[in-house]
Design a protein around this ligand. Structure first.
Ligand SMILES: Nc1ncnc2c1ncn2[C@@H]1O[C@H](COP(=O)(O)OP(=O)(O)OP(=O)(O)O)[C@@H](O)[C@H]1O
Length: 374
């Protein structure tokens, strides 16, 4: 656990970057600091490992006052990842990752073995081990940065806009990979970003900061989107927050059964199975392959892979209402495909069925807050 207690940072020129911050970042969870430029995110982060000294207040790491711990001892337990990865340009990838283990006195062989293991963990081909940072893409360099921070297996990770310098596609990949890694490692993470979408995707909790260094709201992503505490947070979270909040709402959906077809079935079978002109094709394991337009199958002809429309997204039946709505809206048949954890077909839903479910949900929530007077 990391706890900020009345933390203030006033720079020598009089700038108050952080003004009385009180906040707890729970162990094993991702806490995101988000807010406009200059609101004190980086300053707050760097006070944790004492790269910046607080003017007043205390930052606790579990039951230790970080101000009273030897700096190098403190930093040994804290991984640090920054934008552009900050790698040593004249060291190979494997040596970059081994930096901290070598500083801690590990022998070279063990440190290198650890580096290679970490390269695999963060999704990097170990064939890159002997390359130099400039010979990798921006996204690959960021993965090296994450691997380097994890090298000595620190319980705490501080990450300052680690995925900001790469294009949106690579960024989304890095985020997904990072969430997968965290589900295995369970580190205590503070993650700084100015991007609210990144904040709600990655955070177990999100701290929205205001310029002047005050905390506007600390909440779960879903709560932040549905219940912003004031106009500043509502504005920062953005106009389509109602839609994005659906990403955090789950609800039982009643699915409709589908008559399905398989590759090789003939046109008549497709005609029989089709509703509104479309039939769903499954593989042998009853996993969806795509939609077939009945009129497109030649008379007497079989269903071939070329006839499949694979465009629509497939949503987990136990997932969010937003994913189900997305599946329905992106499906050529207008019916969204829902699958179980193994990817096997559960049934389909239409967009209007999902919307009805959302409305029931919203009414229930309004009734609840009317009763509690909220
Ligand atoms: N060394 C310094 N001396 C004086 N003022 C500083 C110093 N470092 C940061 N500041 C100021 O403190 C405030 C907070 O800066 P900080 O870098 O923590 O914000 P941030 O939220 O991380 O911003 P950004 O998103 O732009 O990186 C800003 O007004 C900044 O100009």
């Amino acid at each position: 656990m990391i706890k900020f207690e009345s933390v203030v940072k006033k720079y020598p020129d009089g700038t108050v970057a952080v003004n009385g911050l009180d906040l707890v970042a729970p162990s094993g969870k991702i806490t995101v600091f988000v807010g406009p430029s200059g609101c004190g995110k980086t300053t707050s982060l760097r006070m944790i490992n004492r790269m910046i000294q607080p003017t007043s207040g205390t930052i606790w790491l579990d039951d230790q006052d970080t101000g009273k711990v030897d700096e190098s001892t403190l930093r040994r337990g804290i991984g640090y990842v920054i934008q552009h990865a900050g790698l040593f340009p004249h060291r190979t990838i494997v040596d970059n990752i081994a930096t901290v283990p070598l500083l801690l006195g590990w022998d070279k062989k063990r440190a290198r073995a650890r580096s290679l293991e970490l390269m695999e963990r963060v999704g990097l081909d170990t064939a890159f081990a002997k390359r130099y940072p400039a010979q990798l893409s921006g996204g690959q360099q960021q993965r090296v940065g994450v691997a380097r921070a994890l090298a000595a297996d620190p319980p705490v990770m501080l990450m300052d806009e680690p995925f900001s310098a790469v294009d949106p596609v690579v960024r989304a990949e890095l985020q997904d990979e990072f969430l997968r890694l965290q589900s295995e490692l369970g580190k205590t993470i503070i993650f700084v970003t100015h991007d609210i979408d990144e904040a709600v995707k990655l955070g177990d909790q999100v701290a929205v900061l205001k310029v002047g260094g005050t905390l506007a709201q600390l909440a779960s992503p879903g709560e932040l989107l549905t219940d912003p505490v004031d106009d500043f947070v509502a504005g920062f979270v953005g106009r389509d927050r109602g839609y994005r909040a659906l990403g955090f709402e789950t609800g039982e959906l009643t699915t409709r059964p589908e008559q399905t077809v398989e590759l090789g079935d003939d046109a008549q079978a497709v005609q029989r199975a089709a509703q509104d002109g479309w039939a769903l094709a499954l593989d042998d394991a009853r996993k969806p392959l795509g939609w077939v337009r009945a009129a497109a199958v030649p008379a007497g002809g079989p269903v071939t892979p070329e006839l499949l429309h694979r465009g629509g997204t497939v949503a987990p039946a136990s997932g969010s209402l937003r994913a189900a709505l997305d599946a329905a809206l992106s499906s050529p048949s207008g019916r969204g495909v829902l699958v179980d954890d193994d990817g096997v077909l559960v049934g389909t839903v239409t967009a209007s069925e999902v919307v009805t479910r959302i409305e029931t949900h919203l009414h229930a929530r309004r009734d609840e807050s009317a009763v509690s007077g909220g």
